[in-house]
Every structure is written in C-alpha cells, then in structure tokens.
Design a protein around this ligand. Sequence first.
Ligand SMILES: [Zn+2]
Length: 253
Amino acid sequence: MSAGEGQREGYATYLAEPGPRAFGTPASALAFGAHPDDIEFGAGATLARWAASGADIRLAIFTDGRRGTWDPEVDPLELALARSREAEASAKVIGATSPPTLLGETDGELATSTGLVMRVVALIRGVRPEAVITHDPWKRYRIHPDHRIAGEVVVDALSKARDCTFWPELGPAWRPAALLLFEAEEVDLLQPMDGFVAVKARALAEHRSQYRSSYGIASDVEPVAHLVARLLAASPSQKGEAPSEGFKLVTDL
Ligand SMILES: [Zn+2]
C-alpha cells in the first residue's frame, strides 16, 4: 500500500482532508467527564470560547476522583472532597453558568446501569443543550474503563432523552443538535484554541491535587506556564495549523 492510500487514523485522517468542518457557537452545551478534570482536558478551550460568546455552559462529572493520586497515605474521601472543590473552581474559570453537577459515582468503578442512564436523561432534558460533549466511547484499545463507560452512558442517554416514550416523568423529550466526542478515535472537527489555551491551562491548574499524578508538575514549576506548554505540544495541529482541540462531530442524533 503506497502513501496516501488505505485507512489512516485519527488526526492524520482529519488533516489529510481539505479543510476543517465548521461548527459555530451553540446557544447551550452540556459536557460530561468521567473524572473532575477530563472535560477541561478534552474541551476546556472550546467551552471557554463558547462561554465568552454568551453560550450557556453546563458541566457534569460522573465520578468523585477519589483515586486520583499516587500517594497511598491520602484519604480517598478527603481527596474526593478536594477534587469537587477544584472542579467547581475550574468551572468558574471556564465560564460555566453553574457549578458542575457531581453524579457521585466511585472513581474507577463506573458502570452502566439503567438508573445512571436515567439520571443523565434527566440532566439532558433539564438543561436542553444544543450540544453535548463527552468521551468517545468507541476509542479503541482504551484501558481506563471510566472514560469508555462515561461515553457509553451519555450516548445511551441521548438515545432515550429524545424519545418521549422513555421515562416521561424525567421531563419532555429533548434532542440535541450535535454530539462532540473528545479523545476521539476519528477526529473530524478541529476547534482552534485561539486565545483560550491559557484559559484552559488556568482551569486545569485549579486541579491542584492532580499536579503530580496527571500533569507531571513538580512543585517548583509554575503550573499555568507548564500546562500551556504541555497543551500546545499535545495539540493535534502542530504541523502548521493553529493549536486546536480535536473532536468527532456527530450530528445524526
Ligand atoms: Zn479521567
């Protein structure tokens, strides 16, 4: 097979295409993350830009993040409490309309259940977002179960939220216009971070309990500058394009 033929994956596939898919600012967005910092990693700049443009931005976090440490001496419940406060501070930096909804599942033990899908359906029907953002549940060879399952639960909930025959007691049916998946198996939407890479870094820097385990930040390093450099290095579009966040865009909802 010669160069340019056959299946190429992820960003390479996207960048081979002659121009990005367009996606404007929605009136409202609801983003779901498995852990307290996942939304910021996946979509922090995009959400901050939308918020600055006047969009109603809501966040929901599935697990309490109690296992987000390498230190066996840390009390898991104290860590979970710290992480909920960090998530709240980070949501303010992004410009979210309200503090994040904490679904309170145990970090590392997220599992699909009808009850959890119902809670997500209730959120979607309550917020009525134009866009929903979450982890790509179809990303191959992913080891961490929480990210995969968070994506699965949101996708399942979308299919129920739009259908009035499911649980009418949870509110009138609602069908978002778009689903944006971060950590995507196939990226087909690049959202330039523009001036919002520093906002994304400041949001991530609110997650102080994660400096060492998630970000590799040593105590003597300025966290925002470190995170900006890390985000720019990890951008899918370093080869001549603006630093961006990459998504799979699903509009057939
Ligand atoms: Zn995570």
